[in-house]
Design a protein around this ligand. Structure first.
Ligand code: ADP
Ligand code: MG
Ligand code: MG
Length: 880
């Protein structure tokens, strides 16, 4: 029989797929002798089985849990529900990957009207016992019975008001007893029966609630956002309670072994005296910085910093720890690899290599490629920072800068963004319900909560700017206003927030590009040493090209030429060319376009110096260039001295039902070879002139798009080559060049051996290849695909992350067939996927020469390409 429950002393850190991350680390900490309250873990497989069995718990699982409970009773010397010496436990969810705030923890389980007396007696603290009891009823009712928390808060706050006290701790045991009576009445009123008294029932129901929480809307959304496999399931940890709320010699806290925002090597964190569990994270009370613990609990502080160091050396990674102090004794409740900003990730990785803790390869693989984007994000200009006075200052919870209109709820924020507005979400504090608003916001500002509050943790994970715990702002959600430094701001007013300083400004501040740290350069240098894939960029202008070179681009993988036709004079000539009846007319118009194209190419070649540049010949359907309204057509007719009706007729001829499968790509240049000739001439002339003027040796790569049959390629190529030969003769000068094609039609991939005979290179145009292989129009099906992903029909959007099983096969076939015919065939990818880390890993594995992506993704791609090598090596290691 499969084993579904493990005691903490039966597991280890490598069992995260069985015990979940939290359970595996609790077991590991137990194993290495740290002070961890004892307990057991119900496995992820038990959760999956529960769902497989149609949301039913098997009798076997119940008896396994009960057996482990007996063991826990024996170890703790306490008994569940015992009025003299009661065992209390926490029930904590823990999936294989940390999902902050997604799953709910129940504390103090085991309390009932009998055992509360035992707790009061044993602790000699009646107030404490009843406070624990009322917390438990509230949590349990929220999570298991699904009665809204605020109904309990109302009773609690009502009692505080009635007693005229400000802080929770000022309520007496008698007050708490009354509150508990009211809580119980509320439960009866809500669910029609009393609060469950039997601790074993409480436990089993709680375990089920954790299983259920795996599939709550917010958990599903979090998994989607973070690409976490939804079939993993969650484990449940049942652990003896320790109490941070037993008085002023007790407390609870969370801490990192290094700063999660800067990476500085120093224990960072927060703690609260006389508090329990979620009090720190929930942002209800504002905690003290951990350094102050040195004064409050000097011995415990010493022990804690020692454990922190030990854990970091043990895991060889920065740790995020949760602990509780009960009457002067320290207990470790959790450790995990700490989430960190990109800036911290880079610094920690480089520092740890310097400290001899990890290798370069590990350092490079520690950084989330997508996180690198954060470092490249803009911040406020120094000039504007100097010229503007901050109106408030909160905690610098997640770096970056954001300006936008303020909105006070996730819903209004979302609606505003859908209206095309830029939004700063302002909340008293955030909770998982606010996730949708946080996702769309430029930045997040909260009134309450610390560096480890929900807002801070989630924003850092998303790489989004966040200022938390900004108590100088006062939000009135009902009135839809926020007061700050005497200003009353309404919904829709603009503010700017700086997540690196915590400052809040009125109005919009200017943003500038960031300067990258030396540590960043170091990581990139290591990545470049490790990776085999080259990284190019998709760029159509000299400015984009120059930006990409700064980010480390080694060439241009895709230079689209159609944008070059849209300037005011150009579009005129273009339209004239398109609307011409005769070839001679077309040639006249093309002659007007030639100098524009030539100078564009010169600009781009110059920006790239001697790096390779792939230029794609004209690709989109012609109707994209012509006017559509009668008015516009009339203007054009007047301008060209043409007949309106005839012109209108010509325009309507260009309309297609399915333009993406219509007259575009090489089909255009087969119909009008003179377009290809003009473009070839412009490209080659640009190279020749740069050679003559600056001695630059450019080797243009001319790419003919949308080929499905080798004959299409051969047909257009003939015109290109002949034109170039003529230019060489005319100019008395030659340059090297190559001609290739995009592989973007499934037939092209399947017949790659034939196509390779005519091509010097293939560039996989995986946008179209995906569109045509899946039969999903990229421009029309965004909504459908979103629904597919939400409903789990697709794991990911195939236009964002390459469909490796389907489209990937075509890529693989083309690589093999192409290389067989031409071993020197250059292979690259220029679709959106060229900047997507898991697609880059695929490109590495199938042996492409380069990936090409947008300029801002170049560093991400360099890192992902290096990680592909590290992954390959560690897989090879594992196979040995
Ligand atoms: P999360 O996944 O949201 O961090 P946890 O399971 O870590 O949830 O529980 C949240 C908090 O509850 C912990 O940080 C700790 O303070 C408290 N807690 C959990 N288990 C215990 C326990 N056995 N004794 C005391 N406090 C506990
Ligand atoms: Mg929680
Ligand atoms: Mg925790």
């Amino acid at each position: 029989m499969a084993k579904y429950v493990y005691s903490f002393n039966e597991g280890n850190k490598d069992m995260r797929y069985v015990l979940g991350g939290k359970g595996a680390n609790l077991a590991e900490m137990t194993k290495i002798g740290l002070p961890v309250p004892f307990g057991f873990t119900v496995t992820c497989q038990a959760c999956n089985k529960y769902y497989e069995d149609g949301k039913v718990v098997s009798d076997d699982l119940v008896s396994e849990i009960m057996a482990k409970l007996e063991e826990l009773e024996a170890v703790s010397g306490k008994k569940f529900g015992d009025p003299d010496n009661p065992l209390l436990v926490s029930v904590r969810s823990g999936a294989p990957f940390s999902m902050p705030g997604m799953m709910d923890t129940i504390l103090n389980l085991g309390l009932n009207d009998d055992s509360v007396l035992g707790v009061a007696k044993l602790t000699n603290n009646e107030r404490f016992a009843y406070d624990s009891y009322r917390r438990f009823i509230q949590m349990y009712s929220d999570i298991v019975l699904e009665i809204k928390k605020d109904k309990f808060d109302k009773i609690f706050d009502g009692k505080k008001a009635e007693r005229g006290v400000e802080f929770d701790v000022e309520l007496t045991a008698e007050d708490l007893k009354e509150i508990i009576e009211d809580y119980k009445k509320l439960v009866v009123a809500e669910i029609g029966k009393g609060f469950p008294e039997d601790p074993k029932d409480q436990l089993m129901e709680a375990v089920l609630a954790v299983f259920r929480s795996w599939n709550t809307e917010r958990a599903v959304l979090y998994r989607e956002l973070n690409n976490i496999d939804s079939t993993l399931g969650t484990a449940v940890n049942v652990q003896e309670m320790v109490f941070g709320n037993m008085g002023d010699d007790s407390g609870t806290g969370v801490a990192f072994t290094r700063s999660p925002s800067t990476g500085e090597k120093k224990v960072f964190g927060e703690f609260l005296v006389n508090a329990q569990g979620e009090d720190v994270v929930a942002g209800i009370r504002t905690p003290q910085p951990i350094a102050e613990m040195e004064q409050t609990f000097p011995e415990v502080y010493k022990e804690f910093t020692k454990i922190a160091e030990l854990l970091e050396n043990h895991y060889k990674n920065m740790q995020d720890m949760e602990f509780t102090v009960e009457r002067g004794k320290l207990y470790m409740l959790q450790t995990r690899d700490g989430k960190r900003t990109a800036q911290a990730a880079v610094k920690v990785a480089v520092d740890m290599v310097d400290e001899g803790l990890i290798t370069k390869e590990t350092a490079v693989s520690r950084i989330e490629p997508d996180q690198i984007g954060q470092l490249l994000h803009p911040k406020f200009s120094d000039a504007d920072l100097a010229a503007n006075e901050a109106v408030a200052k909160g905690l610098p919870a997640s770096p970056g800068a954001a300006s936008g209109q303020i909105f006070f709820t996730a819903e209004t924020a979302k609606a505003a963004v859908e209206d095309g507005k830029k939004v700063v979400l302002v909340r008293a504090e955030t909770s998982p319900e606010d996730l949708a608003g946080m996702v769309v916001a430029e930045g997040i500002l909260t009134e309450r909560g610390g560096m480890t509050s929900h807002a801070a943790v989630v924003a850092r994970g998303m790489g989004k700017c966040c200022v938390a715990g900004c108590s100088a702002i006062k939000i009135d959600e009902e009135a839809g206003t926020m007061t700050v430094a005497g200003n009353i701001l309404k919904e829709g007013d603009i503010i700017s927030i700086d997540g690196s300083s915590g400052c809040v400004y009125l109005g919009e501040l200017e943003m500038v590009a960031p300067d990258l740290s030396n540590d960043f350069a170091q990581i990139m240098k290591w990545a470049d040493e490790i990776r085999r894939l080259k990284v190019r960029t998709n760029a159509d202008t000299p400015a984009d090209a120059a930006q990409a070179v700064k980010f480390g681009a080694e060439g241009i993988g895709l230079c689209r030429t159609e944008h070059m036709f849209f300037g005011e004079d150009r579009i005129k000539a273009m339209r004239r060319m398109i609307l011409a009846d005769e070839e001679s007319e077309r040639r006249e118009a093309l002659a007007l376009l030639l100098p524009y194209q030539k100078s564009d190419f010169k600009g781009i070649f110059e920006a790239m110096e001697d790096r390779p540049v792939t230029i794609r010949l004209i690709d989109p359907p012609l109707h994209e260039f012509v006017p559509h309204t009668d008015e516009e057509i009339q203007v054009l007719a007047d301008e060209f001295g043409l007949d309106f009706t005839k012109l209108k007729h010509r325009v309507s001829e260009l309309k297609e039902f399915n333009p993406m499968l219509g007259h575009r790509g090489c089909r255009l240049t087969i119909t009008y070879p003179e377009i290809a000739e003009m473009q070839a001439e412009a490209i080659i002339m640009a190279a020749i002139e740069l050679k003559k003027e600056k001695g630059l040796e450019v080797v243009p790569e001319i790419m003919i798009p949308l080929v499905g049959n080798v004959k299409e390629l051969a047909y257009v190529k003939k015109y290109v080559v002949e034109t170039i030969e003529k230019v060489f003769e005319r100019e008395g000068e030659k340059v090297d060049y190559i001609v290739g094609t995009m592989i973007e039609i499934p037939r092209a991939a399947l017949t790659a051996d034939e196509i390779a005979k005519e091509a010097d290179f293939f560039s996989f145009g995986t946008n179209d290849l995906t569109q045509m292989t899946l039969g999903f129009s990229r421009d029309d099906t965004g909504r459908i695909i979103k629904e597919y992903v939400e409903k789990g029909v697709f794991e990911e959007d195939p236009f964002q992350s390459l469909d490796q099983t389907g489209v990937g096969q075509l890529v693989q076939i083309a690589v093999e067939k192409g290389r067989k015919v031409n071993p020197y065939l250059k292979l690259g990818i220029c679709g959106e996927h060229g900047g997507d880390p898991s697609s880059i890993d695929f490109c590495h594995r199938v042996g492409l020469d380069y990936v090409s992506c947008s300029p801002f993704r170049v560093p991400i791609a360099r890192l992902a390409a290096a990680q592909a090598v590290v992954r390959e090596n560690s897989n090879a290691e594992a196979d040995k």
